[in-house]
Design a protein around this ligand. Structure first.
Ligand SMILES: CC(C)(COP(=O)(O)OP(=O)(O)OC[C@H]1O[C@@H](n2cnc3c(N)ncnc32)[C@H](O)[C@@H]1OP(=O)(O)O)[C@@H](O)C(=O)NCCC(=O)NCCS
Ligand SMILES: CC(=O)OP(=O)(O)O
Length: 327
């Protein structure tokens, strides 16, 4: 069963540095002060030191000991500019353009990871997901063997048995209209992510149709993706296409698809597109009493994660631990 204690133990054995791109945000400052009080994860705050210290003082958080890095005064900026130009040479980026781009905290922070100055990055408390993730897509790129970066939310809710109920939902944040093959990759990556959080994955490819009850291109897409995923991951329990009720309710599953061993017991949900996924996870979070951790980026070649702009300090703290522990 998943607990943050296990991730913290991982970090205690191998402490890491995590860069926060929104160094003066009060939620980042609160999470950083909690991290500084322990010694398993060291925050690097990007921004103007005066502004950050003033914000910390005003919000009453002790960030003594935090590293603050100001892109305007960074002593390795020439080296960073050269590396950036090299990485983006196919786009013909000039050093002057690179300097402008690297004055932005999202690009600067990503380059701190690329240069090995930080082990991990967490952003998105005020930056949109697109602005948090784009520098990583451009500079860090996908892991060898992956064709896309995607994402997964881990949803956690205490249950009546006393054990946490843990679910995975994907892709709620990155790929807007994933293809069948991309959905297959998302399912494999999400199942692997779910396992890290103690889930024995049972994967449902979601739709408005259950095994042919409805018709349409989107139904075909999810059915075909489920079929391809079963071929690619023969040991993974996979069903699709399924409506959400058939995926999670044993009673509904007995009526709609009695022969499926996944239906009624699914815990890893693959949505047809980002509209469904983003709306779906936020309903679970805001109306279903689930804590939502993510989006956890999958398939990216370094530990960089995004936050929802609606996050609180406790979610920042948890996501920082998740991000660094998965490094
Ligand atoms: C992720 C996202 C920002 C990328 O869009 P974009 O920046 O317009 O993408 P582009 O097509 O210009 O590609 C930029 C780079 O990222 C790469 N890229 C884009 N999507 C990618 C993906 N899913 N996986 C890996 N690389 C990707 C491109 O190959 C390109 O690389 P290059 O510049 O080296 O050639 C976009 O898909 C998006 O906005 N997604 C939804 C985000 C969102 O609003 N989520 C809801 C809230 S969580
Ligand atoms: C993940 C997500 O939906 O992010 P935001 O709320 O910042 O758009």
């Amino acid at each position: 069963m998943f607990g943050f204690g296990q991730l913290i133990e991982v970090l205690k054995k191998s402490p890491k540095k995590i860069v926060f791109t929104e160094g003066s945000d009060p939620r980042i400052l609160e999470a950083s002060s909690r991290l500084l009080a322990s010694n398993f994860l060291h925050p690097i705050l990007v921004g103007d030191p005066d502004e950050i210290e003033k914000a910390a003082e005003e919000s009453g958080f002790n960030i003594r000991g935090a590293e603050i890095v100001d892109p305007k005064k960074f002593d390795r900026m020439d080296e960073m500019v050269d590396l950036f130009c090299e990485l983006r040479k196919s786009k013909g980026v000039t050093p002057e353009q690179a300097r402008g781009i690297l004055s932005q905290a999202n690009y600067f922070g990503t380059m701190l990871v690329k240069m090995g100055i930080a082990d991990a990055l967490l952003g998105g408390a005020t930056y949109s997901t697109a602005d948090t993730v784009r520098p990583a897509l451009q500079l860090i790129k996908t892991k060898p063997g992956n064709s896309i970066v995607s994402s997964c939310f881990i949803l956690v809710r205490p249950s009546a048995t006393g054990e946490n109920e843990v679910l995975a939902m994907s892709d709620c944040a990155i790929n807007i209209h994933p293809t069948e093959d991309e959905l297959v990759e998302i399912a494999g990556e999400s199942a692997a992510c779910a396992r890290i959080f103690g889930v024995d994955p049972k994967v449902a490819f979601l739709s408005y149709s259950t095994l042919g009850s409805g018709k349409g291109e989107d139904v075909d897409k999810m059915r075909n993706a489920a079929h391809k995923a079963r071929e690619k991951y023969p040991d993974l329990p996979i069903e699709g296409e399924l409506q959400f009720d058939a995926a999670v309710s044993p009673r509904v599953a007995r009526t709609k698809c009695p022969d499926s061993s996944v239906a009624g017991h699914a815990n890893t949900f693959i949505f047809p597109d980002i509209n469904a996924g983003n709306i779906g996870y936020k309903i679970a979070q805001r109306l279903g009493n689930f804590e939502a951790y993510g989006p956890i980026l999958l398939g990216l070649n370094a530990p960089i994660n995004d936050l929802s702009r609606g996050c609180n300090a406790s979610e920042v703290y948890s996501m920082a631990i998740i991000t660094a522990a998965l490094a």
